[in-house]
Design a protein around this ligand. Sequence first.
Ligand code: PXL
Length: 280
Amino acid sequence: MNTQKSAVTINDISGIGRCSITVACPILSAAGIQTCALPTALLSTHTGGFDGYSFLDLTEEMTKIINHWSSLNITFDAIYSGYLGSTEQLNTVINFIDNNKDSLIMVDPVMGDGGSFYAGFTVEYISGMKKLCGKADIIVPNITEAFLLLGREYTEGPYTEEFIKELMKEISKTGCKKIVLTGVYFDEFEIGAASYDREDDVFEVYLAPRIEGFYHGTGDVFASVILSALLNNKTLAEATKIAVDFTEDSIIKTKNAGTDTRYGVLFEQVIPSLIRKLNL
Ligand code: PXL
């Protein structure tokens, strides 16, 4: 009997820069999950720091891929959506989810960071993303994306625990059942994530020492570990702790190696400890 779980990641392929599919697939595979990929766009590099990147939108191709899969009656234990290459793709993903109601749906509402949009995203995109989040079992926004989803003006921290809890309760009104919010901090020394489960009104925070600097692709690393842990039967709070520690350790490896942060974090070196934590 095949008890191995499967997950499809709906994400771009950035050839260089450790983000999206080149992060999600290796992490999920290491966690013992069969990985499938629905690519949204093909880029030479991600959009955050390299001039002159190429970008091929795959919106039309996505519908062909989904139609073929549905003719094969393929199902997935989880569907994980990340970077979408166009506003139109939001509807494609919503339809795909509506036709796969038994899957665990995780949406990373990739739109921006540090208080601003990533290249190519606009306010028009937000309402579609809100609708997509409403269909999710779990969403994993960063603070910037949380403000965008609520239509609130971005404010920098430190935040209070009450403020973060209220923000997450407000976001859960979009309809998603669980939220893990990244980039949460209450002072200058620590940073981490908060989890909120709407059904039992449980709110928890897990922090790690802050390491200065901007490290590209950490949101994708974090989200991929959350899904890996949940599919290995960890609770939301356990998954959050594992993901914060994994991201932190990946940043430490990168800082110690002194590599250009545009190339992403050296998460590969932390995979053995993830496998141990998941008891695989
Ligand atoms: O990590 C988020 C992300 C994913 N994919 C692409 C990006 C970014 C952030 O800039 O450019 C193509």
